[in-house]
Design a protein around this ligand. Structure first.
Ligand SMILES: [Zn+2]
Ligand SMILES: [Zn+2]
Length: 258
């Protein structure tokens, strides 16, 4: 049994094919998924998807690359959004210096707002970091993000960044990127993450893992991430499935009827 800890089921690609998406989850024994909020405007859609499936949860937050939302979220607004049993995390939030040029003060301020909200409601953070690891860790420390805890999602950073994240009490989530031939350094990181801090995800509809690279990604494919990581670490896929599932429930305090 596998859990996809990060996907975007409200995105049109996945919505358009949702019957097949849920069928493949079942076929691949992907029993649950966490669907992730990226804008204020689409949060109601994210929540609706989570509410209509017993095996789904969602997060509340605004992605660091999002520039066309109504306004910047406030702590109070994030707390209102998070005040729902289906909402088990704050994010995705973080820093992304790859997609957008400086000045990005608004992005750093938005990240601080999310950390403050997560601490206030005691829900874990889903953190996105790209080409910005030093500042991401600095802000996490300055805002005591460790008090809320959370996960470094779709991790692609160095062993040093992984260690620093673990030291702050965070979990590390591996996506299909770890299965790519070119991802040698990341595969080394995947070997060193303590088993009790490891999560798996798809970040679908993007970044389909090998052997589906180039196709639309979907939660059912998280199984391939688990299989690849198991092989890398020389353990059974059941070991990875059990550990990542237990870690997911521990981190997100998720309860489910399904
Ligand atoms: Zn992300
Ligand atoms: Zn995402």
């Amino acid at each position: 049994m596998f859990i996809d800890s990060h996907c975007h089921l409200d995105f049109p690609e996945l919505q358009a094919d949702s019957a097949n998406v849920f069928a493949l989850m079942e076929a691949n024994q992907v029993t649950h998924a966490l669907t992730i909020s990226t804008t204020l405007k689409t949060f109601p859609d994210v929540l609706r998807v989570a509410e209509s499936h017993a095996n789904l949860w969602c997060s509340a937050g605004v992605h660091p690359d999002e520039q066309i939302d109504d306004h910047e979220p406030t702590v109070e607004e994030l707390l209102r959004m998070a005040d729902h049993p289906k909402v088990v995390a704050i994010g995705e939030t973080g820093l992304d210096y790859y997609r957008l040029p400086e000045p990005l003060d608004w992005q750093r301020e938005r990240f601080r707002t999310h950390i403050r909200a997560a601490r206030a409601c005691a829900k874990p953070l889903v953190i996105h970091t790209r080409s910005a690891s030093a500042d991401t860790l600095t802000l996490m420390r300055e805002e005591s993000a460790g008090e809320a805890g959370g996960v470094m999602h779709c991790f692609t950073e160095s062993q040093e960044v992984a260690r620093a994240s673990l030291d702050l009490g965070f979990y590390i989530s591996l996506s299909g990127i770890v299965t790519f031939k070119s991802a040698r350094d990341l595969q080394e990181v995947a070997r060193m993450i303590p088993l009790d801090r490891l999560l798996i995800e798809t970040d679908s509809p993007y970044l389909a893992p090998t052997p589906h690279r180039g196709k639309m990604n979907q939660p059912g494919y998280v199984r391939h991430v688990a299989e690849f990581v198991a092989q890398l670490r020389g353990v059974s896929v059941e070991t990875i499935a059990e550990a990542t599932t237990a870690n997911f429930y521990r981190l997100f305090k998720a309860t489910s009827a399904a």
